[in-house]
Design a protein around this ligand. Structure first.
Ligand SMILES: Cc1cc2nc3c(=O)[nH]c(=O)nc-3n(C[C@H](O)[C@H](O)[C@H](O)COP(=O)(O)OP(=O)(O)OC[C@H]3O[C@@H](n4cnc5c(N)ncnc54)[C@H](O)[C@@H]3O)c2cc1C
Length: 456
């Protein structure tokens, strides 16, 4: 087999030219596109799937709207998004949680339509089923992207591109230095989420609160489970028993998330170690392996966890969720030390609080480290070190492996998306590159738009 193929150069159609092009319509991308459009820019959002939401659509609660001291630390557009869900009965209030700081349960389907409505309302042009495959660069300045779709290969020119692809696809192709994982390149494992219906949630509550020694929970006092929506992280004894009985369960803890319906539980328990979502063969292996695991997990729940006796698998998430892949090396790399010391930055554009929560790459247990209050994320973490015309928001911004284990939660990704979108719009108005934008102007605008900045 020949090892490489020299693709002939060819002329491709220019689909459009916009002010701001957002790549990826997950939590970060939706907020980035909305913020840029509300700031007066002509915005296009390109998404490889046929709907918006990214990981908002796989059955996860939004973690981290509240800080370690119980105050709300993420407001602005992310809060307005949740309020729109709440108005339809599709989101709960932000519930404090000792383990996860705070949880906000949402309906993944309603999240898709609300995100789409917001895009339509603020005039963002959407392009689904389109994959960003390359960048257009002049010197060190990104001028647009090359996309692939059923229509073939096309160019989209933009004054600023915001990479919200989760995997840093645009940054990587633009030659921005990117990193993956810990010192050995080990990344947090992915999970294929699924939901069970027909669960007797009251029976589960009764078991946890009635026999806390048997149905043990990590950190959480068992009273927490008496009422309200919850996430269990525990039931280790039950997994050990199932394993002793020969059931192949690869995790130590039972992670269950109450859905909005009374009999609904989302299950966060499959894990495939060693998957790299930027390599299709590895992602394929992960997806295949996770799909096998979820049926074994279903058997475990029905056989060993109170309340699941008559439950059935209802929805399998549309794709396996990726916890970690590429991050960029930006003008500032946020570290775990910054997080755990509640560090403040003069150029802060978002505030976060979620613990450094690492599902270790080689398996075994998780480790969580808390800052006790909240910390700042600087604007420089959204800027590549030496490429212009590009901002990066969401889980692929500039963090160490440990820091990303905190900043990856969706409320934080949303806040970073808003900051990037507002920065792009302001930079265009000022006629400067995002890296040259006066960060005080950006911070002032964020505060005017009711984003929370823990002002110095
Ligand atoms: C199993 C699991 C459990 C988690 N638990 C929680 C939790 O309970 N609560 C919480 O708040 N967070 C949780 N997280 C973390 C959180 O979901 C993610 O870190 C967060 O969604 C990242 O947001 P994002 O916008 O950066 O990326 P994503 O949500 O991944 O969105 C990226 C979007 O970009 C699109 N895209 C990617 N590449 C391209 C391309 N080349 N061209 C066009 N489009 C592209 C994708 O289709 C996707 O829609 C969890 C993550 C996982 C995987």
């Amino acid at each position: 087999m020949v090892k490489s193929y020299l693709e002939p150069a060819r002329e491709i159609k220019v689909r459009t030219e916009v002010d701001v092009l957002v790549v990826g319509g997950g939590p970060a991308g939706i907020m980035a596109a909305e913020a840029a459009a509300r700031g007066g820019a002509r915005v296009m959002l390109v998404e490889s799937r046929g709907y918006l939401g990214g990981n908002l659509t796989i059955g996860l609660p939004i973690l981290g709207f509240l800080g370690g001291k119980g105050n709300q630390i993420i407001k602005g557009l992310p809060q307005r998004f949740v309020e729109r869900l709440q108005a339809r009965g599709a989101a709960t209030a932000h519930r404090p949680c000792k383990l996860h700081i705070s949880l906000t349960i949402i309906d993944p389907e309603v999240a898709k339509i609300v995100a789409q409505e917001i895009m339509e309302e603020c005039g963002v042009e959407l392009l689904y089923y389109t994959f960003v495959a390359d960048v257009i660069k002049e010197g060190n300045v990104v001028k647009g992207v090359v996309v692939e779709s059923k229509a073939g290969r096309e160019a989209i020119f933009a004054k600023t591109v915001i990479d919200c692809s989760g995997d840093g696809d645009v940054a990587y192709r633009a030659g921005v230095e990117c990193r993956k994982g810990d010192e050995e390149g080990g990344m947090q494992p992915p999970t294929l989420m699924f939901s069970m219906r027909g669960v007797d949630v009251q029976r589960l509550r009764d078991a946890i609160t009635g026999e806390p020694d048997k149905f043990d929970m990590d950190i959480m006092p068992h009273e927490h489970f008496r009422e309200g929506k919850f996430i269990t992280v525990g039931l280790r004894n039950q997994i050990l028993q199932a394993q002793a009985d020969g059931l192949d369960i690869t995790v130590a803890r039972t992670i269950l998330i109450t859905g909005l319906a009374e009999d609904e539980i989302w299950v966060n328990m499959s894990r495939v170690n060693g998957v790299d979502s930027t390599l299709p063969e590895s992602y394929t292996y992960g997806e295949m392996e996770a799909r096998k695991q979820i049926y074994r997990i279903e058997s475990y729940l029905k056989g060993y966890v109170p309340g699941f006796e008559s439950a059935y698998m209802s929805v399998v998430a549309p794709f396996m969720g990726i916890r970690e892949s590429r991050v960029i090396v930006g003008k500032y790399i946020l570290t775990a030390e910054d997080i755990l010391s509640c560090r403040r930055f003069e150029d802060a554009v978002a505030v976060a609080s979620y613990p450094v929560d690492i599902h270790h790459a080689k398996g075994g247990d998780c480790t969580l480290q808390y800052c006790g209050d909240c910390y700042d994320i600087p604007y420089r973490s959204l800027l590549p070190a030496d490429v212009e015309g590009l901002l990066i928001a969401g889980r692929c911004a500039s963090f160490t492996h440990e820091a990303m284990a905190s900043t990856r939660v969706m409320s934080t990704c949303m806040a970073l998306g808003e900051a990037a979108g507002r920065a792009a719009a302001l930079a265009l108005k000022a006629g400067v590159q995002p890296s040259e934008l006066d960060v005080e102007v950006l911070r002032k605008r964020l505060i005017e738009e009711s984003a929370y900045l823990n002002t110095l």
